[in-house]
Write a protein that binds this ligand. Structure first.
Ligand code: FES
Length: 107
Protein backbone atom coordinates (compact mmCIF):
# COMPACT_ATOMS: atom_id res chain seq x y z
CA UNK A 1 0.00 0.00 0.00
CA UNK A 2 1.30 3.48 -0.76
CA UNK A 3 2.53 5.42 2.26
CA UNK A 4 1.54 9.07 2.63
CA UNK A 5 3.44 11.35 4.99
CA UNK A 6 1.47 14.12 6.71
CA UNK A 7 3.44 16.93 8.36
CA UNK A 8 1.25 18.21 11.19
CA UNK A 9 0.95 21.76 12.51
CA UNK A 10 3.41 21.01 15.32
CA UNK A 11 5.97 19.63 12.87
CA UNK A 12 5.36 15.99 13.75
CA UNK A 13 5.06 13.56 10.85
CA UNK A 14 2.29 10.96 10.60
CA UNK A 15 2.81 8.25 8.01
CA UNK A 16 -0.29 6.39 6.86
CA UNK A 17 -0.40 3.32 4.62
CA UNK A 18 -3.31 3.87 2.27
CA UNK A 19 -5.42 1.65 0.05
CA UNK A 20 -5.32 2.60 -3.65
CA UNK A 21 -8.26 4.71 -4.76
CA UNK A 22 -8.71 6.71 -1.58
CA UNK A 23 -7.98 10.42 -1.62
CA UNK A 24 -5.30 12.01 0.53
CA UNK A 25 -8.17 13.62 2.48
CA UNK A 26 -10.06 10.33 3.03
CA UNK A 27 -6.89 8.63 4.20
CA UNK A 28 -6.28 11.47 6.67
CA UNK A 29 -9.82 11.35 8.05
CA UNK A 30 -9.76 7.54 8.42
CA UNK A 31 -6.44 7.74 10.25
CA UNK A 32 -7.48 10.69 12.45
CA UNK A 33 -4.82 12.99 11.07
CA UNK A 34 -5.48 16.30 12.80
CA UNK A 35 -6.07 19.48 10.83
CA UNK A 36 -7.81 18.25 7.69
CA UNK A 37 -11.41 19.26 8.36
CA UNK A 38 -12.98 18.21 5.04
CA UNK A 39 -16.34 19.79 5.82
CA UNK A 40 -17.88 18.98 2.42
CA UNK A 41 -16.82 15.35 2.50
CA UNK A 42 -14.73 15.54 -0.63
CA UNK A 43 -16.96 17.25 -3.16
CA UNK A 44 -14.53 20.11 -3.79
CA UNK A 45 -16.85 22.65 -2.17
CA UNK A 46 -15.29 23.73 1.14
CA UNK A 47 -11.49 24.07 0.80
CA UNK A 48 -11.02 22.80 4.37
CA UNK A 49 -8.89 19.90 3.15
CA UNK A 50 -6.13 22.24 1.96
CA UNK A 51 -2.58 20.90 2.11
CA UNK A 52 0.83 21.98 0.90
CA UNK A 53 2.41 19.30 -1.27
CA UNK A 54 6.17 18.90 -0.83
CA UNK A 55 7.89 20.69 -3.70
CA UNK A 56 9.79 17.54 -4.65
CA UNK A 57 6.46 15.74 -5.11
CA UNK A 58 4.60 18.35 -7.15
CA UNK A 59 5.56 16.80 -10.49
CA UNK A 60 3.98 13.52 -9.42
CA UNK A 61 0.52 15.09 -9.45
CA UNK A 62 -1.63 16.20 -12.35
CA UNK A 63 -2.34 19.94 -12.15
CA UNK A 64 -5.53 21.06 -10.39
CA UNK A 65 -8.61 21.17 -12.59
CA UNK A 66 -10.62 24.37 -12.99
CA UNK A 67 -12.91 23.75 -10.00
CA UNK A 68 -10.05 22.89 -7.65
CA UNK A 69 -8.08 25.94 -8.80
CA UNK A 70 -11.13 28.11 -8.12
CA UNK A 71 -11.64 26.59 -4.65
CA UNK A 72 -7.98 27.16 -3.80
CA UNK A 73 -8.79 30.87 -3.90
CA UNK A 74 -11.00 30.27 -0.84
CA UNK A 75 -8.51 28.53 1.46
CA UNK A 76 -8.22 29.95 5.00
CA UNK A 77 -4.44 29.68 5.23
CA UNK A 78 -1.99 31.32 2.84
CA UNK A 79 -2.26 29.95 -0.68
CA UNK A 80 1.12 28.85 -2.05
CA UNK A 81 2.27 27.43 -5.39
CA UNK A 82 2.24 24.02 -3.67
CA UNK A 83 -1.35 24.36 -2.39
CA UNK A 84 -3.75 21.56 -3.28
CA UNK A 85 -7.07 20.23 -2.04
CA UNK A 86 -6.33 16.82 -0.56
CA UNK A 87 -9.73 15.45 -1.55
CA UNK A 88 -8.74 15.84 -5.19
CA UNK A 89 -5.52 13.81 -4.90
CA UNK A 90 -6.31 10.16 -5.51
CA UNK A 91 -3.74 7.74 -4.19
CA UNK A 92 -2.18 5.01 -6.27
CA UNK A 93 1.18 3.25 -6.47
CA UNK A 94 2.75 6.23 -8.24
CA UNK A 95 2.18 8.39 -5.17
CA UNK A 96 3.94 6.14 -2.67
CA UNK A 97 5.90 8.36 -0.30
CA UNK A 98 3.97 11.55 -1.08
CA UNK A 99 4.49 14.22 1.58
CA UNK A 100 1.89 16.87 2.38
CA UNK A 101 1.90 19.56 5.06
CA UNK A 102 -1.25 20.49 6.98
CA UNK A 103 -1.73 24.29 7.17
CA UNK A 104 -2.08 26.02 10.52
CA UNK A 105 -5.72 26.95 9.88
CA UNK A 106 -8.49 25.43 7.79
CA UNK A 107 -11.58 27.46 8.59
S1 FES B 1 -13.17 18.12 1.44
FE1 FES B 1 -14.21 19.92 0.85
S2 FES B 1 -13.01 20.68 -0.75
FE2 FES B 1 -11.95 18.90 -0.14
Amino acid sequence: MPAIHYILKDGAVRTVDVRDGLSVMEAAVHANVRGIDAECGGSCACATCHVYVAEADLDRLPPPDELEAEMLDAVAAERRPTSRLSCQIIIGPALDGLTVEVPATQS
